[in-house]
Design a protein around this ligand. Structure first.
Ligand code: NAP
Ligand code: ZN
Ligand code: ZN
Length: 348
């Protein structure tokens, strides 16, 4: 075992504080990683605040991890010392169920092991995430960082990137289709970049009028203000696909009429209850609501390679580790441009 420093939430109503955790000794298939940068996902905030009622403390968030291999187990084949690597939202799965068999580890029927807050045989009984100096991960769940991708700008690809890439690929987004991305935050800004790179006509659907210029700069062809009822009405029946990233309770009925006949709105934002659904929006147009969770390991590697090929990175605001509580505060006010990334060298 090795002690590593980190920042942890010790209770749902407290700021994150400096802390220490134990990492397991390196097993034959393990890769030990010195963490260089870790992105800050809204899910980290949900878990730190126990929004979903299943947080275990101390809780060390962070699942957008990039760094350098500092040791490998005897049977590790994919990685070598000094290599740049990444870890995303999960660090284990059963490897045998029907989901794992088709590279959909995120939907493991025996329970995927999240990078943090998941029951584990590791020291402490739970996994601890990337707001830390070091991590030890089974090589199957470690990603190869392609040459030429800036490490800090690439960190958010490990969650915000794959969570938006995966549904766009699954619904076969391509030229000739019209896509709306709802919510211009960490996920939303990656959704715009990917939908644009895949050739779709892309609209940013935002609750913040002041983000319009940024949306266009990020690759949107147009901007729709969700509070502008007349503009929303004018865009009814226009979209093949909507990617909904809103992190809080809201009303799907506001957005569903934007879909064409047979269109789909995919939810990747908040888990939990939303406003009552009026089935009229679905029935009048054979529309669909779907959901999607991050992406499998193979697809995550494909997404990283796609980003290297298209030079796609996250637009980041770098923060020191002790800036995390202020970053959470800003994130709660939709004030992030467009992903905070922690410089882990600032953690003693
Ligand atoms: N499904 C998955 O696998 C997965 C993976 C990662 C994260 N998530 C979840 O996805 C959500 C978004 O994460 P994120 O990191 O992108 O968050 P974020 O950076 O905070 O961005 C969320 C954006 O949603 C919009 N928004 C916020 N409150 C709103 C409201 N009341 N009504 C309408 N729009 C609102 C804002 O954009 P505008 O100002 O443009 O409106 C905000 O910037 C979180 O709930 C997170 O837990 C899911
Ligand atoms: Zn995330
Ligand atoms: Zn499985």
């Amino acid at each position: 075992m090795a002690t590593t420093s980190c920042f942890a939430a010790l209770a749902s109503d407290q700021d994150l504080v400096p802390h220490h955790i134990e990492r397991r000794s390196i097993g034959p298939k393990d890769v030990a990683i010195d963490i260089a940068f870790c992105g800050v996902c809204h899910t980290d905030l949900h878990f730190a605040k126990n929004d979903w009622g299943r947080s275990n403390y101390p809780l060390v968030p962070g699942h957008e991890i990039v760094g350098t291999v500092n040791a490998v187990g005897a049977d590790v084949k994919k990685f070598k010392l000094g290599q740049k690597v990444a870890v995303g939202c999960f660090v284990n799965s059963c490897h045998t169920c029907s989901s794992c068999a088709v590279d959909l580890e995120q939907y493991c029927l025996n329970g995927v092991t999240g990078t943090y807050n998941a029951a584990s045989v590791d020291p402490g009984g739970f996994t601890y995430g990337g707001y830390s100096k070091h991590i030890v991960v089974d090589e199957h769940f470690v990603l190869r960082m392609p040459e030429g991708l800036d490490l800090a700008g690439a960190a958010p690809l490990l969650c915000a990137g794959i969570t938006t890439y995966s549904p766009l690929k699954h619904w076969n987004i391509q030229a000739g289709m019209r896509v709306g991305v709802i919510g211009l935050g960490g996920l939303g800004h990656m959704g715009i970049k990917f939908a644009h790179a895949m050739g779709a006509q892309t609209t940013m659907i935002t609750s913040s009028a002041h983000k319009a210029q940024d949306a266009l700069r990020l690759g949107a062809d147009g901007v729709l203000l969700s509070s502008d009822a007349a503009a929303m009405q004018a865009m009814a029946n226009q979209f093949d696909f909507l990617l909904n990233t809103i992190p809080v309770y809201h009303d799907y009925n506001v957005y569903l009429p934007l879909l064409k006949v047979d269109g789909t709105m995919c939810i990747v934002g908040t888990i939990g209850m939303n406003a009552e659904l009026n089935a009229r929006s679905l029935i009048m147009g054979r529309r669909k609501i779907a959901g999607s969770l991050v992406g499998g390991i193979q697809e995550t590697q494909e997404m990283l390679d796609f980003c290297a090929q298209h030079q796609i990175l996250s637009d980041i605001e770098m923060i020191p580790m002790d800036g995390i509580n202020q970053a959470y505060e800003r994130m709660q006010h939709s004030d992030v441009k467009y992903r905070f990334v922690i410089d882990m060298s600032t953690l003693a």
